[in-house]
Design a protein around this ligand. Structure first.
Ligand code: IFM
Length: 457
């Protein structure tokens, strides 16, 4: 058991207008997958395949947020956050991914937005958090260019309905993970194992992002960002084979998704591998953003792959095929979450400072759109230690000159953690999956007190 850190009073002071929030996503909390005209998502289809989800579960009920959103907004209000990041389920709004709009689906988000505003909480919708409509997935999903156009058309519909009340938007969540885990390694929906042939999925998501930015702005919706996952990559040793492998991993996780958006170009190493009129697309992808969202969880230690014939390696619960030209290694000397992820708050400072150094003035103000950890139990002192450490690390980056405007904890509730099922608990609020009862954890009370203290100024 970890010792609880100092009380929140001792946290450094953040700016008065700093945005404090928590994050969730539709597929992970809503449930009600077949209600009110919602279409099927790629995750519904994937979870229905035997053996895909480790605990044999699926997202059909999840936390039943679709029916309990009022209770969840009350929890947010009591927590004292100023903003709530949720995602809109594309198949709830457009059951087939294009064409007919499902009015009942849009109505749900309309009610949620009104409930949030009545509680004094700013709604921050993410337009896409991995739940591709299955009808589009069957046509190739993000491997095909048309999906980007369809995403933009859907973005326009959502902005048309919610834009009068939503003051901050996110296009995509973590296109890196969907590319790598969903299309590259097959550990997430849609379960494709294309390795480097998955790169078109990255390009089409980024194109969809740029087109959605344009569609939102055409609807007069502003204050737009993306939520990209990033983390420092550390070479396993100074040997050239290890530094080259770490550079490649850094390219795939960080540069491949940051550079097109921030600099309007792909890293040279992949430039020739992407489909379509890439130069033209990059002008769309690099539409200037109002802010840049970073999801941070952990650094990664990377070395050269093990000797030939050594078989697949397991990393963070994921089986990696031996033909990958890099091999993540366990980081020693740090505490670990229940997921096995190392807890390294100072790597958040390192990441933010390195982004500022890499991208200079091309980096707009940053918002941490996700940060959190998986631990069991409601007396979760480890989560308090995690949050305390990461908030100090964030503050250190701000003191070093990085402009950071907000911080969102992942997650409000325990929820459906993708291929892990319900076994990993990231919530500030415990969910009993038998009764769906919500119980705020020690970390929820800690954060509430910390936010009150910040508000006292
Ligand atoms: O649960 C996920 C979320 O959907 C995306 N970012 C990482 C979280 C924890 O794995």
């Amino acid at each position: 058991m970890t010792m609880a850190p100092d009380p929140p009073r001792s946290l450094p002071r953040f700016p008065r207008d700093f945005v404090w929030g928590v994050s969730t996503s539709a597929a992970q909390i809503e449930g009600a997958v077949a209600e009110d005209g919602r279409g099927r998502s790629a995750w519904d289809a994937f979870a229905a395949e035997p053996g895909r989800i480790k605990d044999g579960s699926d997202p059909r009920v999840a936390t039943d947020h679709y029916h309990r959103y009022r209770e969840d907004v009350a929890l947010l209000r009591e927590l004292g956050v100023g903003a709530y990041r949720f995602s809109v389920a594309w198949p709830r709004v457009m059951p087939d991914g294009s064409g007919a709009v499902n009015a009942a689906g849009l109505d749900f988000y309309d009610r949620l937005v009104d409930e949030l505003l009545a509680a004094g909480i700013a709604p921050v919708p993410t337009l896409f958090h991995w739940d591709t409509p299955q009808a589009l997935e069957e046509g190739g999903g993000w491997l095909v260019r048309e999906t980007a156009d369809r995403f933009a058309a859907y973005a326009e519909v959502v902005a048309g309905r919610l834009g009068d009340r939503v003051a901050r938007w996110i296009t995509l969540n973590e296109p890196a993970e969907l590319t790598l885990l969903g299309y590259g390694l097959g550990q997430h929906a849609p379960g494709r194992q294309l390795l480097f042939e998955a790169l078109p999925a990255a390009h089409h998501q980024l194109l969809g992002h740029g087109l959605a930015v344009q569609a939102l702005r055409a609807q007069r919706a502003g204050n737009i960002g993306i939520a990209n996952s990033h983390g420092p990559t550390w070479p396993a040793s100074p040997a050239e084979a290890d530094t080259a492998a770490a550079d490649l991993y850094d390219l795939l996780l960080n540069r491949l998704f940051a550079e097109p958006v921030l600099l309007g170009r792909y890293p040279d190493e992949v430039a020739g591998l992407l489909p379509g009129p890439v130069a033209e697309d990059l002008r769309i992808i690099s539409e200037p953003l109002d802010w840049y969202g970073i999801n941070y969880y952990q650094p990664t230690l990377v070395g050269a792959p093990a000797a030939e014939g050594s078989g697949p390696t397991a990393f963070g619960g994921i089986q990696l095929p031996p033909e990958l030209p890099f091999a993540p290694r366990e980081i020693e000397g740090y505490p670990r979450t229940d997921f096995g992820w190392p807890v390294v708050p100072e790597a958040l400072t390192e990441l933010l400072v390195s982004f500022r150094e890499r991208y200079g003035d091309r980096l707009p103000p940053v918002v941490i759109t996700e940060n959190g950890c998986a631990y069991e139990g409601t007396g979760d002192t480890e989560r308090i230690t995690f949050l305390d450490g990461h908030l100090r690390a964030l503050h250190a980056a701000m003191e070093a000159g990085v402009e950071v405007r907000g911080y969102f904890v992942w997650s409000l509730l325990d929820n459906f953690e993708w291929a892990e099922g319900y076994a990993r608990r990231f919530g500030l609020v415990h969910v009993d999956y038998a009764t769906l009862e919500r119980t705020p954890k020690a970390s929820y009370h800690w954060l509430r007190d910390a936010l009150r203290e910040q508000a006292r100024g």
